[in-house]
Write a protein that binds this ligand. Structure first.
Ligand SMILES: C[S@@+](CC[C@H](N)C(=O)[O-])C[C@H]1O[C@@H](n2cnc3c(N)ncnc32)[C@H](O)[C@@H]1O
Length: 203
């Protein structure tokens, strides 16, 4: 029997709540410039909110691979994008993702971009997951993230921690800053927490 993850249980509510981060998600995706015949990995792809926007932005010869540990999320995405030839999903932990996994899905070697939105605040061993995904990038490839961050644990943060199992105290951009060149960081402050968008290049 397949063990259910927390996101398998909350999937219906997560789906119904909709996307409260669309503006920042779009801002993040607009920073991506993927070349032809490249792969972009959407780490912690969830219900495929990034995938939908990415599919309108990447060259048709490139491929999107959504990686997530939740079977419910994956099943939903596979059905939603079943007619798209260049969109694939893989049920796998970000910590264990390998080049072999990618090469079994697509006949392309170059991973030009990894995007991770609202993921590094959720993955238990998030630093290891980041370094693993970063190592898969081609030289010159981009890692881009957006996440929420708060130094205080106010009511909103407690609710997010409880529902999404997200640790908002994590400074998720720091490993990227240390590992990459041409690092950029943008912070938007809201009443309850900060929204952080960061990206850097693997050299
Ligand atoms: C808050 S959701 C974010 C979903 C999506 N990226 C978005 O922006 O809407 C976090 C996702 O991370 C996934 N996740 C948690 N731990 C993971 C891991 N170790 N590897 C891959 N995915 C993971 C969950 O299943 C869930 O779908």
């Amino acid at each position: 029997m397949i063990k259910k993850t927390w996101y398998d249980w909350i999937f219906p509510v997560y789906f119904i709540l909709g996307d409260n981060y669309l503006k920042w998600r779009k801002d993040t995706i607009n920073l991506i410039n993927l070349g032809p015949n490249e792969v972009i990995i959407d780490l912690c792809s969830g219900t495929g909110r990034n995938v939908e926007l990415l599919s309108q932005r990447i060259p048709s010869s490139s491929h999107i691979i959504g990686v997530d540990t939740s079977l419910s999320m994956q099943k939903f995405c596979r059905k939603k994008f079943r007619t798209s030839q260049n969109i694939h999903f893989l049920k796998k932990s970000a910590n264990d993702l390998s080049k072999e996994d990618i090469s079994q899905l697509v006949p392309i070697e170059d991973i030009g971009c990894v995007i991770c939105t609202l993921g590094l605040s959720v993955i238990p061993k998030w630093r290891e997951a980041f370094f693993n995904a970063f190592s898969l990038l081609k030289t010159g490839g981009m890692f881009i993230l957006f996440d929420i961050h708060s130094k205080q644990s106010n009511f909103a943060c407690k609710c997010i921690k409880c529902f999404a199992k997200a640790d908002l105290s994590r400074e998720t951009w720091i490993p990227l800053q240390e590992a990459s060149t041409d690092f950029h960081f943008i912070k938007y402050s809201t009443h309850f927490f900060d929204i952080v968008i960061a990206h850097g290049i693997k050299t």
